[in-house]
Design a binder for this molecule. Sequence first.
Ligand code: NAP
Length: 243
Amino acid sequence: MVAKRTSLVTGAGQGIGFAIARALGVAGDRVILLDLDQNKIDAAAESLRAEGIDALGAVADTTNRGQIQAVMDAEERIDTVVTAAGVYWDRKLADLTEDDFRKMMEVNLIGTFIAAQEGIARMTTGGRVVTISSRGALGGTRFAHYVASKAAVVGLTRAFAMELRGTGITVNSVAPGFTDTPMTRSAPEEMFEAWSKLEPAGRAADPSEIASAVVWLASPEAAFVTGQTLFVDGGKSLGGLGI
Ligand code: NAP
């Protein structure tokens, strides 16, 4: 019998991270859902257990190495780490401060680095890291600090993948486009609708559409793919002329 894989997903209390944890669980993995808030993560894990998924909720801040180590040390094995924990806020160029950059980098880059590095230290051949970057890595207006942090995640993904070439451990990134989650729903309704209309399909992605790409990159079938960033954004990142 093939041993059950254990997948840890950060930022799994809601949104994209939760959808990824669910999809990995449906695929047969034991899933560790990690987030900041006890009540939120307990409810998320419980809802997956109610679907028959082997799910455990864990509270940890991805920027705190000791907390991440404690969660991983409690597991017999770590096969996949998905780094969905991330933060976002607007700030136009003229108003940006060093503090905006430091706070954004702390979670989106350093938190990703810690969770990925600690996971890799526990992995053997077949191990998988999937970082969650963003279409925003290509650029955007009014959030240079977010763009920089997500472009850095793409760079980290490539660098880790290069260092692990030939080990059987892969490191890839999924770059979502505009996705319907609590993060984007925190904007006023009319803004959410306006952003949706800017998408090629006239709508936001459903988190499950991001999760299915992650499940594939985490699967044995993706063993020969590493260092790549897969844009899951309905084609908007293609740019170009025309509608
Ligand atoms: P979300 O709804 O805000 O969910 C993110 C979760 O991560 C929240 O539960 C949040 O907790 C948690 N979190 C934040 N900082 C953390 C930390 N240091 N340690 C542990 N957990 C932490 O966001 P989402 O829209 O699902 O986005 C998930 C990822 O996809 C993010 O990296 C985001 O940048 C990326 N992304 C999203 C979109 C989009 O359109 N939604 C597009 C491209 C990329 P709190 O709520 O307590 O902060």
